[in-house]
Design a protein around this ligand. Structure first.
Ligand code: MRU
Length: 363
């Protein structure tokens, strides 16, 4: 059992998280002491990324157990609030439900509810550590195969969108796990990092993560990927996901779908990396059945970054009277997905292949 992960850790029973809203300009932490702290951290995106959202939700249920001294009715009330913090990443609901079901059973056996909650939250994070390592190993085989076809000295060029690294799921990430693995095995890789407007998770977080590991990367404006593919400069796309249906439709950060369309048109393999906790086996049609988060128009109307005076601030990029629409995610239909890289192996993005590999998850 572990209690220290790269994106968060336990300190004197509280959960300390890296404040991702401050990266890459300052590496600061926040201490979450109550379930309300956990809910707010998910809501205001102090923490983000499907996996870490799920972890903080699970620890949030533990904090709820602690503050309500193990009162299951009160815990359920607080857990219901955590469950609503963001709508799209299914890991949030999955983690809360898993904690509640374990606590209900523990209550019938007169176990220490607070202790059981903590143990289960840690178990989920530990599973992510192992899962992301396995995702890395399976995904690396794809990179290795491409590397063998490359002239000596030429890198495998991988395009990614948003941040699906260890800030998003501990301790290796999902989409970035195969890249970390390849880098460690000495395979020459180069990553095209989509800036990922409006919140710039690519520019702020993925570029920072890759820089920390000295992995060669280039930041590109979101609309550049298509041209790079036409030029033959992208060998492979790997993205993460916030929710994937049993038929392989993928919800991920807004703009993912357009990358998948460009990849399809240019015969570039487009892979989605995910742990099994990101499958939503209850649903099939991503467009009709996945709730897409809408966020503040300000995220589109303003750009946030480091100002000349050293403070993090924002500048407006549209006329004062302009309004904006801000969908946080989009759906990439299964037909555009070459394969799903999971902790159990790589499968096709279709119901038959998914249910063959994940039979135990089918309700
Ligand atoms: O809005 P965010 O930053 O939480 O969105 C994150 C993503 O879209 C990631 O690509 C996704 O969560 C997969 S990472 C485990």
């Amino acid at each position: 059992m572990n209690s220290t992960y790269k994106a968060f850790w336990l300190e004197a029973g509280d959960l300390v998280v890296i404040d991702q809203t401050q990266l890459p300009f300052s590496l600061v932490t926040k201490t979450l002491k109550t379930s309300a702290d956990a809910t707010l951290a998910i809501k205001d995106m102090t923490v983000r990324g499907a996996g870490v959202i799920g972890n903080v939700a699970a620890f949030g249920v533990y904090l709820a157990a602690r503050e309500s001294k193990g009162d299951l009715v009160k815990i359920k009330e607080l857990a219901a609030v955590i469950r609503l913090a963001r709508p799209t990443a299914v890991n949030l609901m999955w983690a809360v439900d898993r904690l509640l079901s374990v606590l209900e059973k523990a209550a019938t056996q007169n176990q220490d509810i607070v202790e059981v909650a903590l143990k289960e939250a840690i178990a989920i994070a530990d599973e992510d550590v192992v899962g992301t390592r396995n995702i890395g190993k399976y995904g690396c085989e794809l990179i290795e195969a491409i590397a063998k076809t490359k002239p000596k000295g030429e890198p495998v060029n991988i395009l990614t969108h948003c941040n699906a690294g260890w800030l998003a799921i501990v301790d290796r990430g999902s989409a970035l796990a195969p890249i970390y693995e390849a880098n460690e095995r000495g395979i020459n890789v180069h990553v095209w990092v989509d800036e990922t407007r409006p919140r710039n998770q690519g520019a702020n977080l993925t570029a920072w993560e890759l820089g920390q590991s000295q992995i060669p990367h280039t930041l590109i404006a979101d609309n550049t990927g298509g041209l790079l593919m036409q030029y033959g400069k992208v060998d492979l796309c790997i993205v993460g996901t916030d929710r994937t249906t049993r038929s392989g439709d993928v919800a991920n950060k807004i703009g993912t779908y357009l990358k998948a369309l460009a990849a399809f048109d240019n015969h570039v393999p487009f892979y989605v990396a995910l742990p099994s906790s990101t499958f939503d086996m209850q649903i099939s049609d991503g467009v009709k059945e996945i709730a897409i988060e809408t966020r503040s128009a300000d995220e589109v109307l303003y750009l946030q970054g480091l100002q000349d005076d050293g403070a993090i601030g924002r500048v407006r990029v549209a006329p004062l009277e302009t309004t904006a629409l801000n969908y946080g995610f989009d759906i990439t239909p299964a037909r555009l997905v070459t394969g799903l890289i999971t902790e159990r192996g790589i499968c096709d993005a279709d119901e038959t292949s998914i249910s063959a590999m994940f039979l135990d998850l089918i309700p």
